[in-house]
Ligand binder design. Sequence first.
Ligand SMILES: Nc1nc2c(ncn2[C@@H]2O[C@H](COP(=O)(O)OP(=O)(O)OP(=O)(O)O)[C@@H](O)[C@H]2O)c(=O)[nH]1
Length: 203
Amino acid sequence: MGGSLRVAVLGAPGVGKTAIIRQFLFGDYPERHQPTGAPRLYRPAVLLDGAVYDLSIRDGDGAEPARGPGGPEEWPDPKDWSLQDTDAFVLVYDICSPDSFDYVKALRQRIAEARPAGAPEAPILVVGNKRDRQRLRFGPRRALAALVRRGWRCGYLECSAKYNWHVLRLFRELLRCALVRARPAHPALRLQGALHPAHCSLM
Ligand SMILES: Nc1nc2c(ncn2[C@@H]2O[C@H](COP(=O)(O)OP(=O)(O)OP(=O)(O)O)[C@@H](O)[C@H]2O)c(=O)[nH]1
């Protein structure tokens, strides 16, 4: 048994958080947007690199700002989010929506502020979803990836939940990185490092 990991999947409404999670867990895809409302928790077991992990995947968690004109200053107190208990974050934006990218930027800032002083940083993977709509994207992939990786020091990946493209890969990378942080004795595993073929599967 490898242990347990808590993952939060966050992002603006409609970017595809639920679609990504459902593709990963059940191989299905919601064509219609049904706002998630209250946060949902999924508890799969996954096999990663030969060890079994109990995952808690939270779809939204109340960390988002109030819907409406409010900005990050109107977000709930970080103490209420239990962000400190989260081992890894997936911050999802829609590659066709600059607003959703700004949203992720603000979320990442908020997560950093919520971390208690001296606590190790939880890995953050920024995910550009809806890659199948590539022709409508608002910015070049290379520039966005460079900003996120070098400027924000987060991982970056693009996927299409609709076509199940890179969905497994995003969870595999995130989990590997979270495990490296938990066990620094394995420095060879890096979020943006060499990717092995699928050694991550649901049980
Ligand atoms: N073209 C395309 N549409 C997608 C993709 N992923 C999700 N969608 C669509 O985007 C809409 C919103 O998807 P959801 O997964 O419900 O988004 P969400 O982020 O969970 O939304 P909230 O629950 O409101 O926060 C749905 O109509 C999906 O079909 C994708 O990869 N490509």
